[in-house]
Write a protein that binds this ligand. Structure first.
Ligand code: CP
Length: 306
């Protein structure tokens, strides 16, 4: 039995298999409509979510399975003091697979050690979000047709943005990828990402402050929200929240085939007018998340459509 807690647990070959299955689901959805018949997914969300929870649920329904779960800690026995371990053991009695989001880093890992069914990390604190990364990789694959030889700008809150940490881990394994890490000084990518991923991987990276100065070099621009819920000090959040706002003026300097991504939710960091720009890919990204989660559920349940 296998869980997915960190994107690094998947080999490059496994990621490419998941992308290939997701592409086949997009092309032949009917083939997959009964693959999970009789199976149940539990979505245990101790922290708010729109996309991740609903795309997991839509994914399971489109595979012919069923869904149970909760969308806030207060409606579970966690509110009475139940531990993550006991919750995981309990839910293993009811479901075949668990998707868990939790504000504490490492909680889904703890759950996976206690559950008797696969556990998928649906986001743990400021740490990791591997299924968002699979979503991002499918988007890059569909928009760029490759993972190698791309210049990726990651812009905004690179400290607390867990999707950024997982995406860097995944893309660092491909040749010719250059990372342009654009953030305020206070929201730089954590040292562990530099010391455990970028440096050992021999990656080409720069840390910069200006989006305008670098936007023209980018093949992909991955915008992120400043993560208010992870700040200790509201004044710091207010000071930093609008550091980067992508708008039509800044996009004049960008490549004509730039792929603009964002894990969403957006607050103010991409002007709504950019949504009509053909380079805006973030709502396509939302849709791709469902297909790649279908592929992942099948993999972890060891099911196939053939
Ligand atoms: N991208 C993402 O994790 O969105 P939600 O918080 O809405 O799930």
């Amino acid at each position: 039995m296998r869980s997915l807690i960190d994107i690094k647990e998947l080999t490059v070959e496994e990621i490419e298999e998941l992308i290939a299955v997701a592409e086949d689901i997009i092309a032949n959805p009917k083939k997959y409509s009964e693959v999970c018949h009789g199976k149940k997914l539990a979505t245990l969300f101790f922290e708010p979510s729109t996309r991740t929870r609903l795309s997991f649920e839509a994914a399971m329904y489109e595979l012919g399975g069923n869904v149970l779960g909760f969308s806030e800690a207060q409606s579970s026995s966690a509110a009475k003091g139940e531990s993550v371990s006991d919750t995981a053991k309990t839910v293993s009695c009811y479901a075949d697979i668990i998707a868990m989001r939790h504000p504490k880093e490492g909680a889904p890992l703890v759950a996976s050690m206690r559950a008797s069914v696969p556990v998928i990390n649906a986001g743990d604190g400021g740490h990791n979000h591997p299924t968002q990364t699979l979503t991002d990789l499918l988007t890059i694959h569909r928009e760029k047709g490759r993972f190698e030889n791309l210049t990726i700008g990651l812009c905004g809150d690179l400290k607390f943005g867990r999707t950024v940490h997982s995406l860097i881990s995944a893309m660092a394994r491909y040749k010719g990828v250059k990372f342009v890490l654009i953030s305020p000084e206070e929201l730089r990518v954590p040292e562990y990402v530099i010391n455990e991923v970028l440096i050992p991987g021999g990656c080409d990276y720069v840390e910069v402050r200006s989006l305008e100065d670098y936007i023209g070099e980018l093949d992909i621009l991955y915008m992120t929200r400043v993560q208010r819920e992870r700040f200790f000090n509201e004044q710091d959040y207010i000071r930093l929240k609008d550091t980067y706002i992508l708008d039509g003026e800044k996009l004049k300097k960008a490549k004509s085939d730039l792929c603009i991504m964002h894990p969403l939710p957006r607050v103010n960091e991409i002007a709504v007018s950019v949504d009509d720009d053909p380079r805006a890919c973030y709502f396509k990204q939302v849709l791709y998340g469902k297909y790649v989660r279908m592929a992942l559920i099948m993999k972890l349940l060891e099911l196939s459509a053939d």
